[in-house]
Design a protein around this ligand. Structure first.
Ligand code: B16
Ligand code: MG
Length: 223
């Protein structure tokens, strides 16, 4: 039985914008220029990796304790924003896709770099669709490392070749490819050009396209 592994931030919901607001507050405080383009480069990366990218050449000016403080404040700000989320923050088309895959009895998992994935899913009210939630706590080697997706496949009991990943990040597409899975990239080709199929939005993606990426079942002797 094949399976679908969803990325969370940027696929199920637009937390990328909330991450942006929280990082921008830190960047403003430090006098570092930060715009949406810079934020897009952080998609799929862990919180510490994101901070390093944001600090760039100034990384060496900060002690580990100062970085720890910046990360904690960024996350406090982000969590306050997530607390205000609800089902209304599901991206258009997500719930119909989840429902239709569930009706087709396709097992589904979340594969996210975020350590806040469980909280975000609860706010969105979609936890029950997923048989496994693999987040940044369960898989410390964050994307582009394939660990998060390989662990999700193992928890679903499906081999990697039977999994289709839906991702919005360059690092996430690379992680899925490294896991030897098929990938649907959500967003512009400059960001997700490495995917097998690209869709501008989840709303524009139909269930048939997802199913078409599953490996064809070979006709065995008894069929
Ligand atoms: P947190 P995903 C990723 O989630 C986000 O894309 C990325 O921007 C964020 O830095 C990362 O999670 C860590 O999130 O600070 O909540 O632990 O896209 O892999 O679902
Ligand atoms: Mg993402």
């Amino acid at each position: 039985m094949p399976a679908v592994i969803f990325d969370l931030d940027g696929v199920i919901t637009d937390t990328a914008e909330l991450h942006y607001q929280s990082w921008r507050a830190i960047a403003n405080e430090l006098g570092i220029p930060f715009d949406h383009q810079a934020n897009n480069a952080l998609r799929g990366l862990s919180r510490p990796q994101s901070l390093e990218k944001l600090l760039g050449p100034r990384s060496g000016d900060f002690t580990p304790a100062q970085k720890h403080d910046l990360l904690a404040r960024k996350n406090d700000d982000y969590l306050a924003r997530v607390a205000g989320m609800s089902e209304r923050d599901l991206l258009p088309g997500v719930e119909p896709l989840l429902r239709s895959l569930r009706d087709a009895r396709i097992p589904m998992a979340i594969g996210s770099s975020s350590k806040n994935a469980t909280f975000v899913l609860e706010r969105l009210g979609v936890t029950s669709y997923f048989e496994a939630v693999v987040d940044g706590l369960a898989a410390p080697n964050s994307k582009p490392h394939p660990e998060v997706f390989l662990l999700a496949a193992r928890r679903l009991g499906v081999p990697p070749a039977g999994c289709v990943v839906i991702e919005d990040a360059e690092a996430g597409v690379a992680a899925a490819k490294a896991a030897k899975m098929r990938v649907i990239g959500v967003g512009p080709a400059e960001r997700v050009g490495g995917a097998d199929v690209i869709t501008p939005t989840i709303a524009a993606l139909d269930t048939q396209t997802v199913l078409s990426l599953f490996p064809a079942r070979s006709a065995g002797p008894n069929r």
